[in-house]
Design a protein around this ligand. Structure first.
Ligand SMILES: *Cc1c(COP(=O)(O)O)cnc(C)c1O
Length: 425
């Protein structure tokens, strides 16, 4: 038995599904996960000594690749000065300045420890500041696992929202209206019907959690206009897209200024960090200035902030996003070429260094058009790529991430693996 299989057996006795986050269990693609020994640059080694070119990037944070020297040094240096104080530090002020400069819509912000906390807290703030209870989200968008956000539309659509998870009270889910992504008309109808009840619209400005789905032209601007007109807040969940699709996030790429923004992933440089922030008049509702309570023992943790600052500094290199774009485009072309040669229908959606190849012939513009993708074919592809030493997300409906640690040769060898995996070579 391999070391990974032995560890997975032991893990399953102690940890639900053997993993500390569900997708890691490979349930959507079958088979068993490998256990990681170490990682460096664009590569991961498992406990059995096999190595993989990594296009998961820890689900998004690792835009510099694994264990970049600057981050490792910053974390080690911070650790020597203590790992947590429960009192403020200069680094927290510095990262707040860096983030606020990069995303000018963020006039004030609060650091938390995960994207889930960021989105949950932004929703609480939106409700507290507007005195309204209902929120609007989009089908296929993920905002972490807080109760109000684990909801998608049931057969009743916008009127009867059903929880996605056991343990979420239907009475709470009923306050979450779920609409199709990119469907501005549905948002308009919802606001016409119950605009005065809606505290906020929360959206991934580029969806990443149904696979990558870019916003249709005018969608984000339309949300801005409708929320403003009806006195609701616009929340961009940029936990993936912040510092990923551009240094200033999707809001700079598409030129739309949200009221509140959620961040996570990249701003922690691979350590647990999230943040929410936005308009000063809204953020002053947050405790201790106002009545919206939110706190955290390890919020602004010095190790995590050091990793985040080192990462954000590296991204200030003016060539960083040009390189990420070029590498992303190269991977897209490689995948499209492999699929074309193999005669396999594949729709690749990409924004910069995040992309998804959907096994479907049609355009993917929302969850309904993503869903018909051939998930059995994806599972086969996933395992064929893994066998060739390329690690992708263990589900069709996730993004692949390219990092600054990937070389052109890495991209080309992944494309060559895809040609073999799809049977074109
Ligand atoms: C990952 C993610 C979250 C949740 O972040 P965690 O750190 O996993 O809690 C929230 N929103 C989006 C868009 C994400 O991709």
């Amino acid at each position: 038995m391999s070391q990974s299989d032995a560890l997975f057996e032991a893990a399953q006795r102690l940890i639900p599904g053997g993993v500390n986050s569900p997708v890691r269990a490979f349930r959507a693609v079958g088979g068993k996960p490998f256990f990681v020994a170490r990682a460096e640059g664009a590569r991961i080694w498992d406990v059995d000594g096999r190595s993989y070119l990594d296009f998961l990037g820890s689900w998004g944070p690792l835009i510099l690749g694994h264990a970049p020297a600057a981050v490792v040094e910053a974390v080690s240096e911070a650790a020597r000065r203590g790992t947590s104080y429960g009192a403020p530090t200069a680094s927290e002020v510095e990262i707040a300045e860096v983030i606020s400069r990069a995303l000018p819509s963020i006039e004030m912000l609060r650091l938390v420890s995960s994207g889930t906390e960021a989105a949950m807290s932004a929703i609480r703030l939106a409700r507290g500041a507007t005195g309204r209870d209902a929120i609007v989200k989009f089908e296929g968008c993920y905002h972490g696992h807080a109760d109000s956000l684990l909801v998608k539309a049931g057969s009743g659509g916008a009127t009867f929202s059903l929880p996605d998870s056991a343990g979420v009270p239907p009475s709470l889910a009923a306050l979450t209206v779920t609409l199709p992504f990119n469907d501005l008309e549905a948002v308009r109808r919802t606001f016409d019907a119950r605009g005065s009840e809606i505290a906020a619209v929360i959206v991934e400005p580029v969806a990443g959690n149904m696979g990558v789905v870019p916003p249709a032209p005018g969608f984000l601007g339309g949300l801005r206009e409708l929320t403003t007109r009806h006195g609701a807040l616009l929340i961009f969940d940029e936990v993936i897209t912040g510092f990923r699709v551009a240094y200033g996030g999707a809001q700079s790429l598409y030129g739309v200024r949200p009221d509140l923004t959620c961040l996570g992933k990249i701003i922690g440089g691979g350590l647990p960090v999230g943040a929410y922030g936005g308009r000063r008049d809204l953020m002053t509702h947050v405790s201790p200035l106002g009545g919206v309570y939110q706190a955290g023992t390890l919020s602004g943790n010095p190790l995590a902030v050091a990793a985040g600052l080192a990462t954000l500094r590296a991204l200030q290199d003016p060539s960083a996003y040009r390189r990420l774009e070029a590498l992303g485009a190269r991977l897209q072309a490689g995948l499209e070429g492999a699929a074309r040669e193999a005669g396999v229908p594949l729709t690749v959606n990409r924004v910069g260094s995040m992309l998804t190849g959907f096994f479907t012939g049609g355009a993917v513009t929302d969850f309904a058009s993503a869903k018909p993708s051939d998930t059995a074919r994806y599972a086969k592809f996933f395992h064929a790529m893994l066998a060739r030493g390329v690690f992708l997300a263990a589900s069709q409906f996730e993004a692949a991430f390219v990092s600054l640690a990937h070389s052109e040769a890495d991209i080309d060898s992944a494309a060559q693996a895809a040609r073999q995996a799809l049977g074109a070579a």
